[in-house]
Design a protein around this ligand. Structure first.
Ligand code: ZN
Length: 236
């Protein structure tokens, strides 16, 4: 694994190993000294079960993914989610233009609009992550003197944004309930973000929710500022 240690998914205590290899093909799951339960029961679970538990926002599943695996796809996932969001915004931009003019097809080929939406989505995500990290750094680092690992938090935030992938089916199966679906996806992503922060910092639910709210506030401010700029993409 290349890690200093692992974490018990049940009680958050540190552990040196997840299982012990007794040769002869015998493996034994390590029992946590603190809570007397398996340190990480998920190591023998199917990835689908782990994903279902993560979707249900179970603390244990989050601890397994964030502490006991070397899952390093957060940047790739981030780019993919941004592409999903850019596509959604781009399709909504054209969906509002109800026109049967064949010349409109040519307008659809304007790729730069898509890249503009991608840049806007990137800016908003950066503002959101920056807002969350700044809030936690100020509250925990400055006021309480605790050391927080910002890179670990950023990885957790980006990984827990996986729900944005659902934007694609929401766009493809376009129907009257699309705004409701998009709202539910947003709530799901924010809930996952809040749970990820809570697991990384082992903090209260209130603090993680406050951090998420602060991030949303920063994101909204940036989105509003971008809309008001004279060179706004929508205006062009
Ligand atoms: Zn334990």
């Amino acid at each position: 694994m290349g890690k200093d240690g692992f974490t018990c998914v049940e009680c958050n205590e540190k552990a040196t190993e997840l299982h012990r290899d007794y040769n002869n093909g015998i493996l034994k799951i390590t029992i946590c000294e603190s809570c007397q339960k398996p340190v990480d029961k998920y190591i023998e679970y199917d990835p689908v079960i782990i994903l279902i538990d993560a979707i249900l926002c179970k603390t244990q599943a989050f601890r397994h993914i964030l502490f006991n695996t070397s899952l390093n796809i957060h940047w790739k996932l981030c780019v993919f989610c941004l592409l999903c969001e850019a596509y959604l915004r781009w399709s909504l931009l054209h969906g509002s233009e109800q026109s049967s003019d064949p010349a409109d097809i040519i307008r659809y080929t304007k790729e730069w609009e898509f890249y503009g939406m991608f840049a806007l989505a990137t800016l908003e995500l950066s503002a959101y992550c920056g807002g969350v990290l700044c809030f936690l750094w100020l509250v925990l680092g400055r006021l309480q003197g605790a050391t927080i690992e910002l890179s670990l938090l950023l990885r957790a935030l980006l990984l827990s944004c996986y729900g944005k992938v659902l934007l694609i089916p929401a766009v493809i199966w376009e129907h009257d309930y699309s705004p409701l679906c998009l709202g539910l996806i947003k709530i799901f992503v924010l809930t996952s973000n809040s749970q990820a922060i809570r697991v990384i910092l082992n903090s209260s639910r209130r603090l993680s929710l406050l951090a998420v709210c602060f991030g949303v506030l920063a994101e909204t401010c940036v989105a509003q500022a971008c809309n008001k700029l004279p060179w706004s993409i929508q205006d062009i």
